[in-house]
Design a binder for this molecule. Sequence first.
Ligand code: KG4
Ligand code: ZN
Length: 335
Amino acid sequence: MRVLGIETSCDETGVALYDSERGLLADALFSQIDLHRIYGGVVPELASRDHVRRMVPLVREVLERAGVQRQDVDGIAYTAGPGLVGALLVGGAFARALAYAWQVPALGVHHMEGHLLAPMLEERPPQFPFVALLVSGGHTQLVRVDGIGHYQLLGESLDDAAGEAFDKTAKLMGLRYPGGPEIARLAEQGAPGRFVFPRPMTDRPGLDFSFSGLKTFTLNTWQSCVQAGDAQEQTRSDIALAFEQAVVDTLTIKCRRALKQSGLKRLVIAGGVSANRRLRASLEKMAGGLGGELFYARPEFCTDNGAMIAYAGCQRLMAGQQDEQGLSPRARWPL
Ligand code: KG4
Ligand code: ZN
């Protein structure tokens, strides 16, 4: 089965074609980062309008690059939520209209299921069951995954998501949007040990997270340095490193706990923050120490993309699922 995947939940227009036998045939992405950067975050109305502009050219590009005619597409999957409603509506309406015109089934896919399954597109995909750490701009969740659609939430963030904490902290320190890659870049020059930040909620049992206090702690540290006349780039790098290390350690401690509690050996990380090199290294070491293994997607499939939606949609369409009548994008939607 060949499925066209369409992702428009936030500020990336992603389109891809996945073939159940041959794998990923082509994918294309337009990132709106430059459009939103001057506002310091995503402006929903601008995002929706830009998705409208990019949709047709991206679908054309993907079909051309895959060398596939539209008659050879068997289904269309699109992100139905969670995300920005206006942005979701653009992708959903477009996907449904295209499916109607091409007379193929359409299916709305859960954005986080897309992220969760993105590592399946790699050469060495994880086998079920596994523990997944979903770390994106909107979500931080630990999930036990026994198969497609068989998800058990083990823990989640009670306030900010990890990616959100990166973005907000970066903004408070005068860095560009999106903050994750900016903090990671600065942290490379940071001096270890100059600042040590708390590892929230690691001293009590459970698998939930909280990152908003860490964000405030970082802001206070930065402000007291600035007030003391030390707003140097090196200080900012040292703080970025202390923040990143605190997030990485916190996530690692909780993942270790989840693996031990579940008795599982395979750990999957997915979502934008899973592109973080320090996080990957730390989890790899931890999982290895438990005799387990870490799995993740290539960096461009950690952040939003069409390939993960094409893949997730293909699995569900092959299982016989398809949309009912009516289009209902969902800003919030539990996995
Ligand atoms: O999965 P994603 O593209 O979008 C959502 O579904 O939210 O995740 C975006 C998030 C942003 O918060 C961004 O700052 C973060 O992922 N991110 C990173 C890195 N690359 C992206 N955070 C830390 N380190 C990175 N290298
Ligand atoms: Zn995402």
